[in-house]
Design a protein around this ligand. Structure first.
Ligand SMILES: Cc1cc2nc3c(=O)[nH]c(=O)nc-3n(C[C@H](O)[C@H](O)[C@H](O)COP(=O)(O)O)c2cc1C
Length: 222
């Protein structure tokens, strides 16, 4: 895939270019989707959910994790000379055709580690890596409302970042260890059917967003 080089400038300083992939002239049927897990815990239930989603996704999606654990805390002072973890993260977002956010809810909002990653990806001003990426938001919690409030917060953030979002179906998962195996096996037929449906709807949404050709839809760098 050919790459377009671009640079960001601030106060007269030209920084190392990140590469942004050109959109293919002819889209293939397979779309590369980056997924972010909002938990750093080694036994995260959201990591288990993500593993299940990868298993149940249609073959048109190639799902690749974009890790967030090595990112430093966001600091505007470091925007112009970011460490490799930041440039790698932004590149991975930009090279994804869509993004899936699989996250717990912390104190009725987005976990700090994930919000930190999104903040890095949104900067520097004018180089928001999330712009126009078709996104899906899903999460598991031990509580009854299954990350609903986190997802509401996330929708505000992604709206500001100009990232189109799958609106329906919504997916609020109350985690039951009897339903999810550690390897992502889903042992309940109804849950498996729902998650398979969610991923099919997400794949269709990605296809719709990527097939739009209106001027301004592709090629901008906001
Ligand atoms: C700091 C913190 C805040 C939490 N806040 C919420 C919450 O607001 N809503 C909720 O349903 N569960 C909450 N929980 C419980 C999580 O649902 C539970 O810890 C879950 O396992 C986290 O997902 P993970 O295993 O993928 O890390 C919270 C947990 C922690 C550690």
């Amino acid at each position: 895939m050919a790459a377009i080089s671009w640079k960001w400038k601030d106060a007269g300083t030209t920084l190392t270019a990140l590469e942004q992939p050109a959109l293919p002239a002819e889209r293939t049927m397979t779309h590369r989707i980056g997924y972010l897990i909002g938990s750093l815990a080694h036994d995260s239930i959201n990591r288990i959910l993500a593993t299940a989603l990868v298993r149940l996704a249609p073959s048109s999606l190639e799902l690749v994790e974009i890790p967030i654990r090595d990112l430093p805390l966001y600091n505007r002072d470091d925007e112009l000379e970011p460490v490799a973890a930041v440039t790698d993260f932004k590149r991975a977002i930009e090279q994804s055709e869509g993004l899936l956010l699989v996250s717990p809810e912390y104190n009725r909002s987005i976990p700090g580690a994930l919000k930190n990653a999104i903040d890095w990806g949104s900067r520097p001003w004018g180089h928001n890596s999330f712009a126009r990426k078709p996104t899906g938001i899903i999460g598991a919690s031990t509580g009854a409302i299954g990350t609903a409030v986190m997802q509401s917060s996330m929708r505000s953030v992604l709206s500001f970042l100009n990232a189109p979002q799958l609106n329906a179906p919504e997916a609020y998962i109350t985690f039951d260890p009897d339903v999810f195996g550690d390897d992502g096996e889903v042992k309940d037929d109804g849950t498996e059917k729902f998650l398979r449906h969610y991923m099919s709807e997400y794949a269709a949404f990605v296809e719709r967003v990527l097939s739009l050709t209106a001027p301004g839809h592709v090629g901008d760098q906001d």
